[in-house]
Design a protein. Structure first.
Length: 88
């Protein structure tokens, strides 16, 4: 059984991870917190060793956020400084 201290310590680690992800990616804290909570819940199911749970969840959420942020920019919006937008 886990103590309140362990729960508080785990919550602190989660908040630190969310804060670091928010700073690193520039994503809204609510989005990062939701993704992180979902990832921790997913990883927790069936986990027998929890030592690296926060590290793994952080890595997975970072990869997810990078994928979301790397959506291709439509060519119709590309511009060259001093010119008008491309016409395709």
């Amino acid at each position: 059984m886990t103590s309140d201290y362990e729960h508080g310590e785990e919550a602190t680690r989660h908040e630190r991870a969310v804060s670091a992800l928010t700073e690193r990616t520039g994503a809204p804290v609510a989005e990062v917190r939701a993704l992180f909570a979902a990832e921790v819940a997913r990883l927790t199911r069936g986990a027998t060793v929890r030592s690296y749970l926060v590290t793994r969840a952080t890595s997975n959420v970072l990869a997810t956020l990078r994928g979301i942020r790397r959506q291709p920019i439509p060519a119709s919006t590309w511009t060259i400084p001093g010119s008008s937008p491309a016409k395709i």
